[in-house]
Design a protein around this ligand. Structure first.
Ligand SMILES: Nc1ncnc2c1ncn2[C@@H]1O[C@H](COP(=O)(O)OP(=O)(O)O)[C@@H](O)[C@H]1O
Ligand SMILES: [Mg+2]
Length: 251
């Protein structure tokens, strides 16, 4: 039954990939292997410089590994970049989101319909013709997600989706993440801000200096993993009084 075993193959298989940049002695990624089953909600964490963005570029085919292999069994990888401004190409959300389906061969009218639907699904109905640059940070990430939905990408990767977002902005991003998961997409979130999403993860994977140093369930992450030795704050570190409201080295 080849068809059946086919559907069980992971949507993404990363096998021993390394990436070394010219002139650097250390690898930005060092023999990284993992696979992602269809529909998984995977969080990949790690301190700044641990290799998260490099990994995203490799998975999306925007960069080539120095060695190793990446197999993606899907139609498209959708990316939400850390800086959502870098991703906006159109003057208005409608124009911006229509680019993708136009490139996939839809005519102007079809692409516009697809874009309207995707904008509504991403919670941007009514903003179709606003100046795209004046959207809030949370709305800009929603716009990026609408662009991905309009292209029907079945793997979506978010790079530091909470960067520079206030509390309502984080809620907006997480609402979109829940919708994507509910619609059966495979989702990878790259973030060091575990407190904002860990409970929703099927699995956490930790990168440290380009290597995978840990993977497991969220509950194991906060009870068993030495997160702080990899530069990630354990989100269960409690705030009990005003004296706790400062991040500094313990004396
Ligand atoms: N284009 C590049 N040229 C040289 N070094 C790079 C380049 N991109 C990333 N790096 C290096 O690779 C490492 C991992 O970077 P990155 O994936 O951006 O980290 P993260 O996203 O986890 O903060 C860092 O040491 C960074 O300086
Ligand atoms: Mg990064």
């Amino acid at each position: 039954m080849p068809e059946r075993s086919e559907t069980r193959l992971p949507v993404l298989e990363v096998s021993g990939i390394s990436r070394r940049f010219y002139g650097q002695t250390a690898c930005a990624l060092d023999a990284v292997s993992f696979s992602v089953p269809k529909g998984e909600f995977l969080v990949i964490s790690g301190a700044n410089g641990s290799g998260k963005s490099v990994l995203m570029h490799l998975i999306a085919g925007l960069d080539e590994p120095t060695s190793g292999r990446i197999e993606f069994r899907g139609n498209r990888v959708g990316l939400v970049f850390q800086n959502p401004d870098a991703q906006i190409l159109g003057d208005t959300p409608l124009e911006d989101v229509a680019f993708g389906p136009r490139n996939l061969g839809q005519n102007k009218k079809e692409a516009s319909e697809t874009a309207r639907r995707a904008l509504a699904d991403a919670g941007l109905a009514g903003k179709e013709n606003h100046p795209a640059r004046s959207l809030s940070g949370g709305e800009k990430r929603r716009l990026a997600v609408a662009g991905i939905m309009a292209m029907d990408a079945d793997l979506v990767i978010f790079d530091e989706p909470y960067a520079n977002l206030d509390w309502p902005g984080v809620l907006q991003v997480n609402a979109v993440l829940s919708d994507l998961r509910a619609s059966g997409k495979t989702v990878i979130v790259l973030t060091h801000e575990l407190e904002k999403i860990l409970a929703r993860a099927d699995r956490l994977l930790v990168l440290h200096a380009g290597r995978i140093v840990w993977q497991g369930k969220p509950v194991q992450a906060v009870t068993e993993a030495p997160l702080e030795s990899w530069g990630i704050r354990n989100p269960l570190g409690a705030y009990r009084s005003v004296e706790d409201l400062v991040w500094e080295n313990p004396e």
